[in-house]
Every structure is written in C-alpha cells, then in structure tokens.
Write a protein that binds this ligand. Structure first.
Ligand code: T5A
Length: 206
C-alpha cells in the first residue's frame, strides 16, 4: 500500500500557517496529488468539540490536563481523519500537531516535557516534514490585530509566554533537522510559500 505524505505546519500565533496551508495544498494539487487540509486542535467533530473547550477561556486548565486534552483530540483526529487519508494515498497538510503541544504546554505552560515526548513517540504516525514558521512576536501581534477577530485563550497570554513558545519551536527544529525546516515567516506571503515549496521538493518530491 502506498501511504500519502504527512506535512505539519507549526509556529506561534499569526505566523501564517492557515495562509500557507492553503497555498501549499493548491500547489500540490496542481502537481496532481490528492491533498487534504486539516488542523489541530480539531479535524473531526469530537476534536472540534475539544477545541472549543480548550480555546474559549472558560476554564483555566491545569497544564497536565490541558496536555492530555490536546492528545485526546489528536487521537480522535489521527484515527478518523489523518490515518484514513494517508492510507488512501492522500497527502495530509495539518495546521499544528504534536510540536505545538511541546511548545505551548511544555515550554510555554511548564507541563512535563518528557510526558509530552513520550505520548508523541507513541503516535501511530510521525510527520514526514514539519515546517516551523518563525516570527517575532511584535509582527505576529500586528498581524493578529489587523485580522480584527476576538483573541482566543492562548492569544491573550503574555509576551513572556509567547517568547517561551517561540524558543520551544526553535529548539524542536534544531533538534530534529531531518524532519523540520525553520522558515522565516516575516517575509512576504509569496517568499514564505517559495521557501516551503523548496523544502517540500527537496525532501519529499525529488
Ligand atoms: N495549541 C494547539 C496548543 O496550545 N497546544 C496544541 O497541542 C495545539 C495543537 C489554536 C491554538 O491552540 C494552541 C495554539 C493556538 O493558540 P488557532 O486559531 O489554530 O488556535 O491558532 P493559530 O494556529 O495561531 O492560527 P492563526 O489563524 O491565529 O494564525 P496562523 O494560521 O498562523 O496565521 P494566518 O495565516 O491566519 O495569518 C494571520 C494574519 O497574517 C496575515 C494573514 O493574512 C492574516 O491576516 N499574513 C501575513 N501578512 C503579511 N505577511 C505574511 N507573510 C503573512 N502571512 C499571513
């Protein structure tokens, strides 16, 4: 059986993951590939319900509880969306995955990192390629502000939290250079897309 390829997009708030996921999907479809786009937390009805309770801010979750909720949403997402698509030979582009739990809950909120790594290691599938969009916090804040919608629970956390998250993503990318590519997300939409396509071509297509 030919498995599809699994690409994850990671990075802090407003780094451009949604924008770039759409452009990447269009480019891969133009190459004749079957592609699905999905996101975390979410990607199935059950995981979208968990997304609501994680993001709406009504509960200030304990970091370990929050970690396990993200992994519960992910288990549902893997079982019902990601794995069936990969087994059908589709390419899956996922806006956030396990690195977000390590960066946000581990580096950002102080949840036990070895527990997160252990749970991630037990995942049924690992990304073939992870693109980490790296962006200075002031630029991210400007971009989110321009978008004008209400801030979710994570967006409302302070600058020190977001600095720890960014550092987390940078350390993850440095520790796993075979899987991860760090892309400067402060460049134009087109330049970021070009850098991503270079990574996809050299690592997954050539
Ligand atoms: N979370 C998630 C955890 O804490 N743990 C986990 O395990 C997981 C999976 C999800 C939240 O959950 C947390 C992290 C998150 O806080 P979300 O809504 O999915 O919430 O949050 P984000 O992924 O951050 O989504 P955003 O929509 O806020 O940001 P994106 O997708 O990175 O950015 P995008 O594409 O929407 O762009 C933002 C704005 O910038 C513009 C766009 O047009 C848009 O207006 N833009 C650019 N402008 C100039 N130059 C560029 N290169 C631009 N690229 C985009």
């Amino acid at each position: 059986m030919t498995l599809g390829r699994f690409i994850t997009l990671e990075g802090g708030e407003g780094a451009g993951k949604t924008t770039q996921s759409a452009l990447l999907a269009d480019a891969l479809i133009a190459l004749g590939l079957q592609v699905i786009r999905t996101r975390e937390p979410g990607g199935t009805p059950g995981a979208e319900l968990l997304r609501g309770i994680l993001l709406d801010g009504s509960i200030d979750w304990a970091p370990r509880a929050e970690t396990l909720l993200h992994f519960a949403a992910r288990a549902e997402h893997l079982a019902k969306t990601i794995l069936p698509a990969l087994h059908a030979g589709r390419w899956v582009i996922c806006d956030r995955f396990q690195d977000s739990t390590l960066a946000y809950q581990g580096y950002g909120q102080g949840a036990q990192r070895d527990l997160i790594i252990l749970l991630a290691d037990h995942s049924e599938v690992a990304p073939d390629l992870t693109i980490v969009l790296d962006l200075d916090e002031p630029i991210a804040t400007q971009r989110i502000g321009r978008r004008g919608d209400a801030a979710d629970r994570y967006e409302r956390l302070d600058a020190a939290f977001h600095a720890r998250v960014r550092q987390g993503f940078r350390e993850i990318a440095a520790a796993e250079p075979k899987r991860c590519v760090l892309v400067d997300a402060s460049a134009s939409v087109e330049a970021v897309h070009t850098a991503m396509m270079t990574a996809v071509r050299t690592r997954l297509l050539d």
